[in-house]
Design a protein around this ligand. Structure first.
Ligand code: SAH
Length: 220
């Protein structure tokens, strides 16, 4: 039997295995684990890949995009360190899963994607789950969201060649941005940028692989 072949498991067993995988890959913050335990990743994946929702793997979603690997969602959320009163901007709504996880950890989440279809589908799931502190919007997130800025935390879930200037400018002093940086089709480095009184501090966290941050809006 393939180790990923657990079709016979009960939902409780699946959930336990899902959380075990997260912990074994370094997601140890109890608040993050609790938030991820509360959001069923299976709701965010439709079609032929739906039965793989509880594996620690990225999966295809519409518009040629991907839902991130759960352990990467956990590690990025942990690095971001959202606090209960924070306003957070996520760039790259995708399936909506990462925004739903953030929703339980902060006061307000703004999430933007360049594909209308992804924003609309994610909004339906947020409504279904009663996650009323998330606002999803079609926008080019490389420009940030000037009307709602500044933000306590910014999470970019698509890879940029450099941390986008408008996003740095929309970070509060003391604020943190987590962003994968590097050439779009290669391995990228996840970095954490902290805005100080006088500038920005940069920490390199780990290697990751994300779809590229693309300027402008998508066709769908
Ligand atoms: N966070 C998502 C996964 C994101 S995949 C999840 O939890 O499922 C990356 C997403 O970034 C894609 O949906 C892509 O459309 C979006 N994206 C790429 N460039 C963008 C831009 N400039 N502005 C907004 N969204 C962008």
């Amino acid at each position: 039997m393939n180790t990923e072949d657990h079709d016979e498991d009960s939902p409780a067993e699946r959930k336990m295995r899902f959380l075990f995988q997260l912990r074994s890959r370094g997601v140890t913050d109890p608040r993050v684990l609790e938030a991820m335990e509360g959001i069923d990743r299976g709701l965010f994946i439709r079609g032929q890949f739906a039965d793989r929702a509880y594996e620690d793997t990225p999966l295809p979603i519409p518009c040629g995009q991907t839902i991130s690997q759960p352990s990467v969602v956990g590690l990025m959320t942990q690095a971001l360190g959202p606090r209960p009163r924070d306003t957070v901007l996520e760039v790259g709504t995708g399936s909506g899963y990462q925004a739903a996880v953030l929703s339980g950890l902060c006061r307000r989440v703004y999430t933007v994607d360049r594909h209308r279809r992804l924003v609309q589908e994610a909004e339906l799931i947020f409504q279904q789950l009663g996650l009323s502190n998330i606002t999803a919007q079609v926008a080019d997130g490389s420009r940030g969201l000037p009307d709602q800025a500044p933000f306590d935390r910014i999470l970019v879930t698509a890879a940029a060649e450099d941390p986008p200037g408008p996003l740095l400018a929309q970070l509060k002093i003391g604020g943190i941005m987590v962003v994968p940086v590097g050439q779009s089709d290669a391995v990228q480095t996840l970095i954490r940028v902290t805005r100080t009184e006088t500038g920005f501090d940069y920490d390199e966290l780990r290697q990751v692989r994300f779809v590229p941050l693309v300027e402008g809006l998508g066709q769908t």
